[in-house]
Design a protein around this ligand. Structure first.
Ligand SMILES: [Zn+2]
Length: 233
């Protein structure tokens, strides 16, 4: 969700503000709107090709959190632009910034399915993907009006500061919530009165309940992330 927020915060600058920025603020031809949006699309495309290799090498977490950092830096750099006069806006630098927002978004969106799949049991996947779809759009629902309404009443500087703040907050939340060491199999305890005995078949009951280790995802039988239970066992 933190990374969804980062994508929406920086992405709203591109999706909502590009047309007015290029045509009204910079007085450039309509074709340049397409060029700037293409730069963004190109960023997504290039990183989408690279992500499988990068994820295999560095892991999804490193790739996605780097994407969050790129989004924050790109949005913050865009804020820097707004303190210059319109004729000082460097077009090539804008193309690079818009491409960077594409790269950051792609680095987060491409592995998302992978992460969700790894974090859910097969029968829960439709619900998990539906939740991701709804909640990511909730982030857009927050960011779009800020970009559109904010740019109209407060100008790009303030608006993009808020959006860069959203992106940075999202990236920090993700960094904080997503543990760096994340073994797939975790030891955990089931209470002695567990109803689904098939799940603990072959596990001896101890004083604290059934203690066993397997690939851990949140589901009906595992509603909370396990605390370290070795000492209790
Ligand atoms: Zn279990």
């Amino acid at each position: 969700m933190g990374l969804n927020l980062a994508v929406a915060g920086a992405g709203a600058i591109v999706m909502v503000n590009t047309v007015n920025l290029v045509q009204d603020t910079l007085g450039r031809p309509a074709a340049d709107v397409a060029w700037l949006l293409s730069a963004n699309g190109l960023g997504v495309l290039v990183i989408a090709f690279a992500v499988p290799m990068l994820s295999a090498r560095f892991g999804d977490r490193a790739v996605m959190l780097t994407g969050g950092g790129v989004l924050f830096l790109a949005a913050a750099s865009a804020v820097g632009f707004t303190f210059t006069s319109a004729d000082q806006w460097q077009w090539p630098a804008l193309l690079v910034l818009w491409a960077a927002i594409g790269v950051g978004s792609g680095a987060i969106l491409t592995p998302t399915g992978n992460v969700l799949r790894r974090s859910s049991a097969p029968h829960d996947r439709p619900a998990v993907f539906a939740a991701q779809f709804s909640l990511s759009h909730a982030c857009w629902l927050l960011a779009y009006p800020i970009a559109g309404w904010g740019a109209t009443v407060a100008g790009y500087s303030v608006t993009w500061m808020v959006l860069a703040g959203l992106a940075g907050t999202g990236a920090c939340v993700a960094l904080w919530c997503w543990p760096a060491r994340e073994p797939e199999a975790l030891e955990h305890v089931h209470p002695a009165d567990i109803t689904d005995l098939d799940h603990v078949r072959g596990t001896a009951a101890t004083a604290v309940g059934y203690v066993h280790t397997h690939t851990f995802v949140i589901d009906e039988l595992h509603r909370q992330w396990p605390q370290r239970c070795r000492s209790a066992a």
